[in-house]
Design a protein around this ligand. Structure first.
Ligand code: PEP
Ligand code: MG
Length: 781
């Protein structure tokens, strides 16, 4: 009876799988089946379902043994190794072995010769969360027939990784009830491979499909190691309209003797001959159209042509994800291609948040007049501060006289996904309320009138655009990176909008938004009127909103980093805040927390964090200290935090911002008292170069630049020293969001995580993955 069941549903080939079958075939299996059902060819294979796993357990009477180990063994590490041992030494039931081999033979028959397969874990619905938490994504590539069952057992055993057991314990999930499916898929023996886009990546034109192709495995193209051949195909008649054949000097192939990928030089004719035939290119284009139709957004697709198979069965899709660069910057090409009449530039400034908008300007010099502002108007003002956020939220674009690209207006606009131009010097004088304008915030130019025929899409593509897929399936569309990709977030409500994005945590949660928009009162004033709990509760609520939405991924909550002028604007603030000449380098960050005046308010901030962690159970909340200058002040602040019951432990981390150069200089000393650093490149550039980050004069002259060698050298130094002392380094300043080359530099230097603005999460994840791949290849050479 049981054996019969296994025969029926113990093994399913991809063609019998649909996306609803996660319980049986896991997230990965379901995704592959779904693609295939849409006519999108993936490398052939089958899934050993959760039923097969169950059958294996029952056949060996492992269930009770696992339950009793989990019960009696308090130490998860020991429980893990005992259970894994049980699984690895158990026997695969002969009939299960037989049907697995039959399925494998079917694959071999299709190919006509011995093949290599990938054996991958595919977590089922109940266990998806802990699987992704525990990194239980075991995949074995290039597996030979003789190793097949060993690898299958290894994948099953990975259900009981120590971290997975721990995680389930913490969530009250019974580890003996979780199950795992195993995907077995032919390794593509890539004769040629590459990427393709369902739009022209050079200008965003959606009428074309562009295929980039080279010999061997795809890493050569993705990692930029060769200049690929390029084929451009028109979408409406599937005709090749352009073709460029390049000289391809190398390829990467799998070497079965080395059991590793190897780079091979290409000489002679092969290097200059086309790596893809016309019929293959057209077949790829057809698949691309199907994928684009299915996901309803332009796609960025990795493909391969298998040298073992014949056309058209040899043409495979290996990865498909939404194209983000042009979708988010769709507007870029629009002023160029679809303008009406002549364009008159009224004012220029720094492009702070990309996108385009058209509409009526509203010049607003004083926030007291906010009532006049109508939803959808373009806000023109001198500079924004936290009081302006409610107006910014309903504006269709923002233009300021003052400020650089790390100013308040710039940072908030990017988070909101609103086009913004800052530092125009005199926009408030040159623009009139009611005037129709076009804001091209990608180039930093404001035009008179509406210069685009149709209404532009100015919103940044912050969600993946894919609907109806589980988070696990969605995330499987993006590359895994060794460097964690975190996101910056200030406004708790915005988390819902960004939930689908592939980020590993919040690397900077600026609490100033909660204070100025939700609490509104100065904390010392609330203490004075006997309502300190109001501050604690609302702050905890804001933190919890984000931390619970993304649990168990970490949220790094930064203690308040208002400057005196900003604190003064809070209700009741004037009484407690002196007027400083240079607030930017004044009573800011830790210097505040340890001062007798502000210390009671700092204690409220700590209490809010503790409330979120302990009362609400959100153990994924960590903290970060901004604007740290010296070790003595930090020690004092840490001990105040300790007095309030928050102490660093393995699971509660305290980071500091590395944004004052003294932290870089004394990194070895700081490393002894904190768990990690996060580079505040906005302030670090300002203070290293002596350039006011808000000075539009210096900004326009090009002085404010985080890519300056002095700043990069500081970052490198910090990473090296921190790692010597076993501490992690992240970055949460704007630099990697604005300059991909900074992200690349940091990955090469070995940074542990990068925290970026929501609009660049997908782009940066891809970039980091390709840089990492290249580093690995270089190492392997
Ligand atoms: C920074 O300085 O880089 C940073 C992230 O902090 P802020 O921009 O809030 O000063
Ligand atoms: Mg800073």
């Amino acid at each position: 009876m049981v054996a019969q069941l296994v025969k029926e549903e113990g093994i399913l080939s991809f063609s019998n799988i649909r996306k609803e079958m996660i319980d049986l075939v896991g997230g990965k299996g379901a995704n592959l089946g779904e693609l295939l059902s849409q006519g999108i060819r993936v490398p052939p294979g089958f899934v050993l379902t959760s039923k097969a796993y169950r059958y294996f357990l029952d056949y060996n009477n492992l269930r009770e043994k696992i339950i009793s180990i989990l019960k009696e063994e308090k130490d998860s590490a020991t429980a893990s190794s005992r259970i894994k041992q049980l699984i690895l030494s158990a026997e695969i039931p002969p009939d299960l072995e037989e049907i697995t081999l039959n399925a494998y033979e079917e694959l071999v028959k299709q190919v006509g010769k011995e093949i290599l397969v990938a054996v991958r874990s595919s977590a089922t619905a109940e266990d998806i969360e802990s699987a992704s938490f525990a990194g239980q994504q075991d995949t074995y590539l290039n597996v030979e027939r003789s190793q097949l069952f060993e690898k299958i057992k290894l994948v099953w055993a990975s259900l009981f990784n120590e971290r997975a057991i721990e995680y389930r314990k913490s969530k009250g999930i019974d580890s003996s009830k979780v199950e795992m499916a195993v995907v077995i898929q032919k390794m593509v023996n890539s004769r040629s491979s590459g990427v393709m886009f369902t739009l022209n990546p050079a200008n965003g034109d959606r009428n074309f499909i562009v295929i980039e192709s080279s010999w061997g495995l795809g890493e050569a193209v993705v990692g930029g190691m060769v200049t690929p051949d390029e084929v451009v195909i028109s979408k409406h008649d599937l005709k090749i309209v352009d073709r460029r054949i390049s000289k391809k000097n190398l390829k990467i192939i799998y070497d079965p003797h080395l059991k590793a990928n190897r780079e091979v030089e290409i000489q002679g004719k092969e290097s200059e001959s086309p790596s893809i035939t016309d019929e293959e290119a057209i077949e790829l284009a057809k698949l691309a159209l199907k994928i684009e139709k299915h996901y309803e957004v332009p796609m960025d697709i990795e493909w391969a042509i298998d040298g073992d198979l014949t056309f058209p069965d040899n043409v495979f899709i290996v990865q498909a994800r939404p194209e983000t660069f042009w979708v988010s910057k769709q507007s870029r090409q629009e002023p160029v291609t679809a303008t009406t009449g002549e364009r008159k530039v009224i004012v220029k400034g720094l492009a702070a948040s990309p996108g385009i908008a058209m509409g009526k300007a509203r010049v607003l010099l004083d926030i007291k007049d906010a009532k006049e502002f109508k939803k959808g108007e373009i806000l023109v003002t001198r500079m924004t501060d936290p009081d302006w956020v409610p107006v910014m939220k309903v504006a269709s674009a923002i233009i300021t006289d003052e400020g650089g690209i790390t100013s308040h207006a710039a940072i908030v606009s990017r988070e909101l996904g609103i086009p913004a131009i800052v530092g125009t010097k005199d926009a408030t004088k040159l623009l009139r309320t009611g005037q129709e304008i076009t804001v091209d915030a990608t180039r930093g130019v404001v035009y008179e009138g509406r210069i685009i025929a149709e209404e532009p899409r100015h919103e940044v593509q912050q969600s993946t655009g894919l609907t109806g897929l589980s988070r696990d399936v969605l995330l499987s569309l993006y590359p895994v990176t060794g460097t964690k990709i975190y996101m910056n977030l200030g406004q708790p409500d915005m988390i819902e909008k960004y939930l689908d994005l592939p980020f590993d945590g919040i690397g900077l949660m600026r609490i100033e938004f909660i204070v100025s928009e939700w609490i509104k009162y100065h904390p010392l004033y609330l203490i004075k009127i006997g309502k300190p709990e109001e501050f604690v509760n609302k702050l905890a609520e804001g933190i919890a909103k984000v931390a619970s939405a993304i649990y168990p991924r970490p949220v790094v909550v930064r203690f308040s980093d208002f400057k005196t002028n900003e604190y003064r604007n809070l209700i009741g603030g004037e009484e407690f805040e002196p007027e400083e000449r240079n607030p930017m380098i004044g009573w800011r960050g830790v210097s505040r927390y340890i001062s007798p005046q502000y210390e009671p308010a700092f204690r409220l901030e700590v209490r809010a964090v503790r409330k979120a962690r302990e009362e609400m159970g959100l153990k994924n909340v960590w903290v970060m200290f901004p604007f740290v200058r010296t070790t003595w002040e930090l020690k004092r602040a840490l001990s105040i935090m300790g007095e309030e019951g928050l102490r660093r432990t393995g699971e509660f981390k305290a980071w500091i911002m590395a944004e004052v150069p003294s932290v870089v200089m004394m990194a070895d000393q700081f490393a002894k008292i904190v768990d990690g650093f996060s580079i505040g490149s906005n302030d670090l550039a300002q203070l290293t170069l002596g350039v006011d980050r808000d000075s539009e004069i210096l900004g326009r002259m090009g002085y404010y630049d985080e890519r300056d060698p002095a700043v990069l050298r500081s970052m490198r130094r910090l990473i090296r020293i921190a790692h010597r002392y076993g501490r992690t380094v992240s970055i949460c300043g704007q630099a990697p969001s604005v300059y991909p080359e900074v992200a690349e530099f940091l990955v090469k230097e070995g940074i542990d995580s990068i925290s970026i603005n929501p609009d660049t999460v997908i782009y940066t994840r891809r970039l980091v993955a390709s840089v990492e791949q290249k580093l690995l290849l270089n190492k392997a050479r």
